[in-house]
Design a protein around this ligand. Structure first.
Ligand SMILES: NC(=O)c1ccc[n+]([C@@H]2O[C@H](COP(=O)([O-])OP(=O)(O)OC[C@H]3O[C@@H](n4cnc5c(N)ncnc54)[C@H](OP(=O)(O)O)[C@@H]3O)[C@@H](O)[C@H]2O)c1
Length: 114
């Protein structure tokens, strides 16, 4: 079964690489971005695109095996809600140089999916 990966900030400098890397590992990729970037995120390989101006990915009932948060606008508990049960316990954060603004980026359990 494919790993389900969500990239929050999929249309940005970090996120566009992340979408393509996750796809190259065989994951099922969901990208989160604004309305005008949706087509671009699809074009680089995202299987699903969520428009953050219309839908909250932490409230729609979907869960992911890996979340890359390429922006810092959500709380840890928001991300926990969207992580699959087996991944919740291993949640960890890498902080950028400005910890006052909270967690910025999360990369974990990157592995090749066959
Ligand atoms: N680029 C680097 O070399 C680098 C290095 C180290 C750390 N970082 C850190 O990594 C993070 C991302 O950097 P970046 O260069 O990828 O930034 P960026 O190019 O400005 O991209 C920001 C992304 O966040 C999205 N976004 C904005 N508001 C959002 C919201 N409310 N919900 C969901 N997504 C939202 C944007 O989507 P839309 O454009 O569609 O609105 C865009 O995809 C930043 O915190 C940066 O400080 C970057």
């Amino acid at each position: 079964m494919k790993q389900r990966v969500l990239i929050n900030g999929a249309s940005g400098g970090v996120g566009t690489f992340a979408v393509q890397i996750a796809k190259s590992f065989g994951a099922e990729v969901t990208g989160v971005c604004s309305t005008k970037k949706m087509e671009m995120v699809r074009s680089i390989g995202a299987d699903h695109v969520i428009n953050y101006t219309r839908e909250d990915f932490t409230q729609n009932g979907q869960q992911y095996d890996l979340i890359l948060a390429a922006n810092g606008d959500r709380s840890i508990s928001d991300y926990q809600r969207a992580l699959s049960p087996k991944e919740k316990s291993s949640l960890r954060w890498n902080l950028t140089t400005n910890p006052d603004k909270g967690p910025r980026m999360e990369i974990k359990n990157v592995r090749r999916v066959h």
